[in-house]
Design a protein around this ligand. Structure first.
Ligand SMILES: [Zn+2]
Ligand SMILES: [Zn+2]
Length: 258
């Protein structure tokens, strides 16, 4: 049987709750602002770049390693300019060399700009695919996105009956997934998965998988609508922290760690 456990997001007083709401609000404003810049860039430069981004003949159609770097760097520069952040061309290039190997950057801010820019370019690239190409790819995805090769970010339950899809946060593609199981390792053993939820986040559960040690979020679209998946991921970050804490406590209980 699936375990369902209430999760404390954080132990907070009314004050910290208000501070958190304010922080979230200003984070949201900054996020929307950057998204507007990305949309503006896509409008201005999209036609030019889509001619130069060619899908591969097999799945995934695009990948971080084969993506031309010029549009990514162009978009990153716009995001940096908007944020009045000064970075030399060399700094940006060497950060990109690390980022494109799917490694994280010490500079968290620069890392998020690259993530946003890569998403912006991948979404543009997806526009070059015909509906048929996208449909053909759907059976091939497994747990990675058949379009861009990224690991699935969310599991999504879709109305009316809660059919399960996997969602890619990099290109926003969604493809049919198995009804249950871990979206990282595929374990369908119910005793391996713990579903954690918190009353502040209705319709969202975080699933911790003991088989692979990973976790992921499952969003029930019958309970809440999601307009922007990038923001959904940021908004629900407290669930990730709480799940980490929970996993740590479980391990401590079993005497695995002190
Ligand atoms: Zn994708
Ligand atoms: Zn797993």
């Amino acid at each position: 049987m699936t375990q369902l456990k209430p999760l404390k997001a954080t132990e907070e007083t009314k004050d910290t709750e208000e501070t958190r709401d304010k922080e979230l609000e200003s984070l949201y404003k900054a996020y929307i602002n950057l998204q507007n810049i990305i949309r503006q860039w896509q409008k201005e430069r999209g036609q030019y770049w889509t001619q130069k981004i060619v899908p591969a003949k097999s799945y995934p159609y695009f990948s971080l390693s084969s993506l031309p770097e010029e549009p990514v760097l162009e978009l990153v520069n716009r995001l940096l300019n908007e944020s009045k952040r000064l970075c030399s061309a060399e700094e940006i290039q060497s950060a990109w060399n690390v980022y494109r190997l799917e490694q994280s950057l010490e500079d968290q801010e620069l890392f998020s700009y690259f993530t946003l820019a890569v998403q912006g370019v991948f979404k543009l690239a997806c526009q070059t695919l015909s509906e048929d190409l996208i449909k053909n790819a759907d059976g091939e995805g497994g747990y990675t996105c058949p379009i861009c090769g990224q690991e699935a970010g969310f599991s999504v339950l879709v109305p009316p009956v809660g059919k399960r899809f996997l969602h890619c946060t990099r290109c926003d593609h969604e493809w049919p997934g198995k009804r249950v199981g871990c979206i990282h390792c595929g374990s369908e053993e119910a005793s391996d998965q713990t579903y954690l939820k918190n009353e502040n986040y209705p319709g969202v559960e975080i699933v911790v998988c003991q088989a692979c040690g990973g976790d992921f979020k499952e969003v029930d679209l019958r309970e809440r609508a999601v307009e922007d998946w990038g923001w959904e991921d940021i908004r629900t970050l407290p669930l990730n922290y709480a799940a980490e804490k929970w996993a740590h406590e479980q391990a401590a209980k079993k005497g695995l760690i002190s």
